[in-house]
Design a protein around this ligand. Structure first.
Ligand code: 6PG
Length: 465
């Protein structure tokens, strides 16, 4: 019996993914060095003709049909290289290795080139949606050799999430295109998470909202234009009682956010490309500030903070909804702008509409808004920035006023809204036909003869100041 699909790494994600493959009519074989994980999968899979597994690499490889399609769901980093090294001597030319983890995109390019020399195809393929997504339908972002993708396509299309029947997976581009897109997905994820947490904070501090009211508000919002996975789970989180003590769980959770690096990579690479993504940058910074808990506790008592003047609840709820909608749009705009630029820089030939399309279901940043974003990029494939789309002008214009009101209210009352204010500032700067950077050019020329261009004449100028 030759199995259709192989999977290395039978942790929660791997086990769920392989069961999903089997549910969709493909036979699958798993591999993990941990005997317990192998037996657990065999037990859960039920019929070993459909799902089987082994701790032995050769048994695993020999069980697969040709060309072999082997997905790795192992932690990003050196482990990916060592798993690949273990597989290489057992594979045949034309076999396919798919890295489903959050590998750094330059690692993917290196592995792609290395394996291409051996005639093996390599796919860096982001998978989003957490454990539940892996089991029931994730959004999958594959990049690699286009012809080889034809072998993977039927399986990925079957197991992926569906949006109105359409699979949330598509071939995205060569080399590390898939990993790059997943990295920016995570950057946007960081931005949206920061924004939802800021709005939670301001509703509590500016409107004395209880967790029960917050739960209701987020759940109401999730039924409207803010519909999204992150708003939905925020509503659920705010409704969760603590199992270990009295009260609500959210209040007991330490306010130090961890990170595994993908948001930071998005920001770092955006800097390299020269593309501004301040809503994502500040989301990374806020995780870093959150980690400085001990210093924050000391600093808290050193400075006075304004006493918060409460805002009328109805008004606060209206402007927070509008501000959150506005800043979600700005965050997607920045991430997609980065993708459009990276596509040129790295030759990915990305189709932004396709990316927005496969993000409409399954992934962590899925949201009602993505259907509108897909349409905007379908209408204009070359759209450099969502803010230039005619279909977004009204959405942004009608909500930016509330963003202004909320940012000024928060500033006066000493409540940090960095994601929202960075989104607003980005908007104000991006939509300004003249910025004061003429002065920076003059300063550069003044102290370092760095030259400047003029608004009224062609050429490069220098002045003896
Ligand atoms: C997804 C997520 C996932 C990521 C987590 C944790 O799309 O399913 O992006 O890939 O690992 O969100 O990321 P941090 O630990 O950096 O918050």
């Amino acid at each position: 019996k030759a199995y259709d699909f192989g999977l290395v790494g039978l942790g929660v994600m791997g086990r769920n993914f392989i069961l999903n493959v089997a549910d969709n009519g493909f036979s699958a074989f798993g591999h993990d060095l941990d005997t317990e994980k192998v037996t657990a999968l065999q037990k859960e899979g039920g019929d070993t003709n459909k799902v089987d597994a082994s701790t032995d690499t050769a048994t695993f490889v020999n069980a697969l049909s040709s060309p072999r399609k082997i997905m790795l769901l192992v932690p990003a980093g050196k482990i990916v290289d060592s798993v690949i090294e273990g597989l290489i001597p057992l594979l045949d030319k034309g076999d396919i290795i798919i890295d489903g983890g959050n590998s750094f995109f330059t690692d993917t390019d290196r592995r792609d080139a290395y394996l291409a020399e051996k005639g093996i195809h390599f796919f860096g393929s982001g998978v989003s949606g957490g454990a539940k997504g892996a089991r029931l339908g994730p959004s999958i972002m594959p990049g690699g050799n286009k012809e080889a993708y034809q072998h993977v396509k039927p399986i990925f299309e079957a197991v992926s999430a569906k949006y109105k029947g359409e699979p949330c997976v598509a071939y995205l581009g060569p080399k590390s295109a898939g990993n790059y897109v997943k990295m920016v997905h995570n950057g946007i994820e960081y931005g949206l998470m920061q924004l939802t947490s800021e709005i939670y904070d301001i509703l509590k501090k500016g409107g004395n909202y209880t967790n029960a009211e917050l739960h209701q508000t987020y759940s109401k919002w999730n039924a409207g234009r803010l519909q999204s996975f992150l708003v939905e789970i925020t509503s659920e989180i705010l409704n969760k009682k603590d199992d270990l003590a009295d009260g609500d769980l959210v209040d007991k959770i330490l306010d130090k956010a961890k990170q595994k690096g993908t948001g930071k990579w998005t920001s770092q690479n955006a800097m390299d490309l020269g593309i501004p993504v301040p809503s994502i940058d500040v989301a990374v910074s806020m995780r870093e500030i959150s980690a400085l808990k001990e210093e924050r506790v000391k600093a808290d008592v050193l400075y006075d903070r304004p006493t918060v003047t409460l805002m009328d609840k109805e008004k606060l709820e209206k402007i927070t909804e509008e501000a959150l909608y506005f800043s979600f749009i700005i965050t997607y705009a920045q991430g997609l702008h980065q993708l459009a630029d990276a596509s040129k820089e790295y030759g990915y030939k990305l189709d932004i509409a396709t990316i927005a399309k496969i993000w409409r279901a399954g992934c962590i940043i899925r949201a009602g808004l993505l259907a509108d974003i897909t349409e905007a990029f379908n209408l204009d494939k070359e759209l450099p920035n969502l803010l230039l789309s005619p279909s977004f002008i009204q959405k942004v214009q009608s909500t930016v006023g509330s963003a202004r009101e909320l940012v000024s209210y928060a500033a006066v009352n000493g409540i940090p809204l960095p994601g929202l204010s960075n989104s607003l500032t980005y908007f104000d700067a991006y939509t300004s036909n003249r910025l004061p950077l003429n002065l920076i050019q003059a300063q550069r020329d003044h102290f370092g003869s760095h030259t400047y261009e003029r608004t009224d004449k062609e050429g490069i100028f220098h002045t003896e100041w």
